[in-house]
Write a protein that binds this ligand. Structure first.
Ligand code: SF4
Ligand code: FES
Length: 246
């Protein structure tokens, strides 16, 4: 057992005008996680401490927070890798509801904007719509996103432009645009090609650094940019009318 200090940014909208720091001392085993420490503080020291968690196993994405200056999942952050003082804040650039709980609604709304579901009105085959292993491989990494918000919260473009779709929504667009079974590629491209969309990504790679699923988000966004350019080129070359606006 070792003693750790949890330094937590607290905010209670019912009594605080701004956030402040509070510290808690906790005895922890090396194989425990930051989430275990937060639960212990809540159960034994301060029941008012507020944070989200559900699965506790890196699946639901609800325990994303800023730990020692970097977004991470509390349930995946091992105590043995932490300094003796652990600094914990809510996800940056998202409105804080209370303590470590942020308002994820605007984040989810941006994912909705890219139509995050398969669109294919061709008559369904007798069994499922099949994909080759190569076609599946193309979207495999993007499918592992757990919607934790860590990437978007760490993006400097999002800090300066809250209307920016952000890496998570762009990755979601990729996931369906490059899915061989989907038939709404042009419609989705239209939804990401605007002043707060695809071209606002400056390939800063903060998103890649914090993604708990180790998704190379920026490379996916670059593939989207290449596709948009190819479509633009074809449009210029064929001089055909297209409903895609750039
Ligand atoms: S891409 Fe990674 S960091 Fe972004 S929401 Fe998905 S899992 Fe979280
Ligand atoms: S509690 Fe589900 S990802 Fe951490």
């Amino acid at each position: 057992m070792k003693t750790y200090t949890f330094r937590i940014r607290r905010f209670n909208p019912e009594k605080d005008t701004e956030s402040h720091w509070e510290e808690y001392t906790v005895e922890m085993e090396s194989m425990e996680r930051v989430l275990d420490g937060l639960i212990r503080i809540k159960e034994t020291q301060d029941g008012s401490l507020t944070f989200r968690r559900s699965c506790a196993h890196g699946i639901c994405g609800s325990c994303a927070m800023k730990i020692n200056g970097k977004n991470a999942l509390a349930c995946q952050s091992l105590i043995k890798e932490m300094p003796e003082t652990i600094t914990i804040e809510p996800l940056q650039a998202f409105p804080v509801i209370k303590d470590l709980v942020v308002d994820m609604e605007p984040f989810f709304e941006k994912n909705e904007e890219v139509l995050p579901y398969l669109i294919n009105d061709e008559p369904p085959p007798e069994r499922e719509r099949l994909q080759s292993p190569e076609e599946q491989q193309r979207v495999l990494e993007s499918i592992t996103c757990i919607m934790c918000g860590s990437c978007t919260s760490s993006c400097p473009v999002f800090w300066s432009d809250p209307k920016y779709l952000g890496p998570s929504a762009l990755l979601k667009a990729y996931r369906f645009i490059f899915d061989s079974r989907d038939r709404a590629q042009d419609e989705r491209l239209k939804r990401i090609l605007h002043e707060h969309g695809l071209w606002r990504c400056h390939s800063i790679y903060n998103c890649v650094e914090v993604c708990p699923k180790e998704i190379d988000i920026t490379s996916h966004i670059i593939r989207l940019k290449r596709l948009a350019l190819r479509k633009r080129l074809i449009k210029i070359q064929t001089k055909k009318n297209s409903n895609i606006e750039y």
